[in-house]
Design a protein around this ligand. Structure first.
Ligand SMILES: Nc1nc2c(c(=O)[nH]1)N[C@H]1C(S)=C(S)[C@@H](COP(=O)(O)O)O[C@H]1N2
Ligand SMILES: [Mo]
Length: 417
């Protein structure tokens, strides 16, 4: 029953969005579509390859467990199977047998695109169902940011030079920090080592707090889960490729090096001397205000319905659009990082144009707290929480797939829900 209403609201929202787009006369979400689809397909192919690899490993592990006897039975069966395979292999039909296979693959890609299409809308909920979001992850937020010192760096904007916010070097802007005024909720990050720290010490009667505890966060996966295993095991721990040129430059200028957390320095961070815009908060808050009640999902296995307030990233992009390449096409990606460069995320331009991709300034009807990413954080209901970067210091258009904090530590770049 309420389903029908939600659907109507969704349609209404979509219609409004389409109309706004027409009014603006922008073609932003069409011109890169083909490129992007090809890219997305490649990403999905990569992740399918990973699945196959995992399956292979499982098969190998299981076959290792076989007894000698069952192995002999299996070998006899396989011999028959092998003969059959040879017969197919040698038959002239061989090439044509592959065609239906290829067709299936194409069909799969179409299906997954239909299901995971980034133009689909995430469900929305009545405000009454929303709750206080817990806190998770404090990379790039360890000190309070002095609000007056906030600027949003924007790089790759069309005609930037003509705008009053233009500067020759956005990286020269100095953010100011102060010690935390409020302790805030317990600070977690996704790689907190779990049971070792809590198993013996946590009272068994402590339950995950359904109403949110402002982040005291004793929820089931808060202190463990995949993340810790992945990061802790170091299985994917490739050596970091750090730009030594950039490090040297930062040192010479006596600046704090970026990328001080485990994933290290971002490969997409800016070189000193990068021109762009330094936007003030009111360049953003003068955009149309929107509210959204959606489900926030962390990959650790918890989710909460949250009431967000802020501004559409799409509107900011329309106001400060990306510079086109010489061939007239648009850059395919958007890169964001915290003012200190310790946390960073990459997105397709398309997902940034999604009407539910929000630059958040309020949560639960109140101004955003520092630990939730004030003055501006991202909400993207069609992506996992780790893409929803808090305290955005930089938005850069780019044609190279940007680096991403958690992708470096083994998570999926795409992170779609
Ligand atoms: N700057 C910054 N943004 C971040 C993180 C972080 O550590 N630093 N963690 C991410 C992860 S893993 C999650 S689940 C959400 C948590 O947002 P919240 O603390 O507002 O609940 O922020 C995301 N954005
Ligand atoms: Mo997360």
């Amino acid at each position: 029953m309420s389903d029908g209403r939600e659907e109507r609201e969704e349609q209404e929202e979509r219609r409004k969005w389409e109309k706004e787009k027409k009014d603006r006369g922008d073609d932003l979400d069409r011109s890169w579509e083909r490129d992007w689809e090809r890219d997305g397909e490649r990403e999905r192919r990569d992740s399918r390859a990973a699945e196959v690899e995992a399956l292979d490993a499982e098969v190998r592990a299981q076959s290792g467990q076989r007894t000698r006897r069952s192995f002999l039975v299996a070998a006899a069966t396989a011999a028959g199977g092998y003969g059959f395979y040879r017969w197919i292999d040698r038959s002239p039909m061989n090439m044509r047998l592959q065609e239906p296979l290829r067709h299936m693959l194409r069909l799969n890609a179409r299906v997954s695109r239909a299901v995971f299409d980034e133009r689909g809308m995430a469900p929305t909920y009545p405000v009454a169902r929303s709750m206080e979001l817990r806190t998770n992850g404090n990379y790039g937020l360890k000190m309070d940011l002095v609000p007056e010192s906030y600027r949003l760096q924007m790089v790759g904007v069309e005609g930037a030079k003509r705008l009053p916010q233009y500067v020759e070097d956005v990286t020269a802007w100095e953010y100011q920090y102060e010690m935390k005024k409020e302790a805030g909720p317990v600070e977690h990050d996704t790689k907190v080592r779990p049971k070792s720290a809590t198993a013996g010490s946590v009272d068994a009667t402590v339950k995950p707090d359904p109403n949110g505890d402002g982040g005291a966060g004793l929820g089931p996966m808060m202190t463990g889960g995949q993340a810790s295993t992945m990061v802790g095991s170091g299985a994917k721990g490739k050596p970091q490729r750090i730009s030594s040129e950039l490090e040297a430059a930062m040192k010479k200028m006596n600046r704090r090096p970026r990328g001080q957390e485990e994933a290290g320095m971002s490969r997409s961070t800016l070189m000193p001397g990068t021109p762009g815009l330094l936007l003030q908060l009111d360049n953003i808050t003068s955009l149309p205000h929107h509210e959204l009640v959606t489900e926030f999902k962390c990959i650790e296995g918890w989710s909460q319905v949250v009431h967000w307030g802020g501004y559409r990233l799409a509107d900011l992009i329309a106001k400060y659009p990306p510079e086109r390449k010489p061939d007239g096409s648009l850059p395919k990606y958007v890169y964001m990082e915290t003012p200190d460069g310790d946390y960073y995320c990459g997105f397709s331009l398309q997902v940034c144009m999604h009407p539910q991709s929000l630059l958040v300034t309020e949560m639960a009807g109140r101004p955003l707290a520092q630990w939730h990413g004030a003055p501006i954080r991202l909400h993207m209901p069609i992506k996992y929480g780790y893409k929803q970067i808090k305290r955005i210091g930089l938005i850069a258009y780019t044609d190279r797939r940007p680096d991403d904090y958690w992708t470096k530590l083994g998570y999926d770049w795409y992170a779609g829900l």
